[in-house]
Design a binder for this molecule. Structure first.
Ligand code: PMP
Ligand code: GLU
Length: 386
């Protein structure tokens, strides 16, 4: 086989691979408990089904404009204004086939070969590989002293003449932590001063617990959107439980947005018309669906925290949002891939190794599934380890 160096060097998505492992074992009738998942199990908003149904009834399912339908962009603009305090125009938005594609559009639009993109660990599994796909170099900044949040000054210290962007995902997959206001403010200041893009992966932005809010980078910006280095990525996968619809989007300056549209036009033309209609329906229905989802996840977070506390040697920073916990299991086994393999083999529990997120010794355990699975899954882990 004559494959490219890029294809040969690319790692697999650990999360998607483990999803497959869990689903295959389930299909074989094995009593597997999937604590490695990354999608809520709730039904999607009624409005989403209705809107896509209307389009199907009309039999008019065609290409849409590359950057998305006017109807969905209108909803995204209203949503962004409500939750981020900035009102984008239609020329500031690109609707993509998932937040993943929106991030890719961005990276390809700003990276020249060898440029650097900085992000803190723990990071979402796909960031390093996506940066490499755009021929860039990922630069990873680890937290200190056993914490889960890197320091803004450490990130700043890694900026070089090759730095094109800083990526921040808050609330964070996998840690569930929310980066504090001072941290976000500092990154905005640094990016505006140094001419570096700040990509905010806001995909879990409304899944924050205990009345907390994840700070929006736009709140600290001194520049209007069209001069801003801030790019906000969002979508319906997590907050509206619509992972299979594959709708995400970016909000950015017009100049950057036009470049991202060119990329998308050559790669995928436009996102699915049906899915865009569904996403518009979900956003219109909005608030109450997300509030209920968040409240349910907060209860499951509490169950996960209580169950993990029963293990003698686990260290956990209580998650503040998302549906992931990221616990330190290094006192049992420092090699997280080995531990994840052991738990699958001996306990039939799927957990994602921390090393896939750039922090060894941890496991990511999700609480987006059924409460009984959280309890049974962690209790099986406890039987093996304690
Ligand atoms: N960013 C983060 C941090 C995620 O966890 C995910 C989940 N897959 C994505 C982006 C991509 O989401 P999607 O492509 O499903 O919109
Ligand atoms: N974001 C989810 C996760 O981290 C879904 C899988 C993926 O897209 O990587 O598990």
């Amino acid at each position: 086989m004559n494959l490219s160096r890029l294809a040969l060097s690319l790692g697999q998505s650990a999360t998607l691979k483990l999803n497959e492992v869990a689903n295959n074992l389930k299909a074989e009738g094995k009593p597997v408990i999937h604590l490695g998942g990354g999608e809520p199990e709730e039904k999607i908003p009624r409005g989403a089904l209705e809107e896509s149904g209307k389009l199907l009834d009309a039999g008019f399912v065609r290409y849409t404009p590359t950057s998305g339908t006017a109807a969905l962009k209108k909803e995204i603009a209203a949503y962004t204004e409500q939750y981020y305090g900035v009102k984008p125009g239609p020329r500031n938005i690109v609707v993509a086939s998932g937040a993943k594609q929106a991030i890719y559009n961005f990276l390809v639009s700003v990276i020249d070969p060898g440029d650097e993109v900085i992000f803190p660990a723990p990071y979402w599994v796909s960031y390093p590989e996506m940066v490499r796909l755009a021929y860039g170099n990922p630069v990873i900044v680890k937290p200190r002293d056993g914490g889960l949040l890197a320091k803004a000054s450490d990130i700043e210290a890694h900026i070089t003449s090759r730095t094109k962007a800083i990526l921040l995902n808050s609330p964070n997959n996998p840690s569930g932590q929310v980066y504090p206001e001072d941290f976000v403010r500092r990154l905005v200041e640094v990016c505006e001063d140094r001419g570096v893009y700040l990509l905010m992966d806001d995909i879990y932005n409304r899944l924050v617990f205990d009345g907390l809010k994840a700070p929006s980078a736009f709140a600290f910006s001194k520049k209007p959107l069209n001069e801003s280095p801030i790019v906000s990525i969002n979508g319906v996968s997590k907050t509206f439980s619509m992972t299979g619809y594959r709708i995400g989007w970016s909000v950015a300056s017009e100049a950057l947005t036009q470049a991202m549209i060119k990329v998308q036009a050559q790669v995928s033309s436009c996102p699915s018309a049906l899915s865009q209609a569904a996403a518009a329906g979900a956003l219109r229905e909005g608030g109450s669906f997300v509030d209920a989802l968040r409240d349910g996840l907060q209860k499951k977070r509490d169950v996960m925290v209580a169950e993990l506390a029963k293990l003698k040697k686990v260290k956990l920073h209580k998650p503040q949002g998302t549906f992931y916990s990221f616990a330190d299991f290094s006192a049992y086994e420092p090699d997280s891939k080995k531990l994840s393999g052991l738990l699958l083999e001996k306990a039939m529990v799927v957990a994602v190794p921390g090393i896939e997120f750039g922090l060894e010794g941890h496991l990511r355990l999700s609480y987006c599934g059924a409460e009984k699975d959280i309890i049974e899954g962690v209790s099986r882990i406890r039987k093996i380890l304690d």
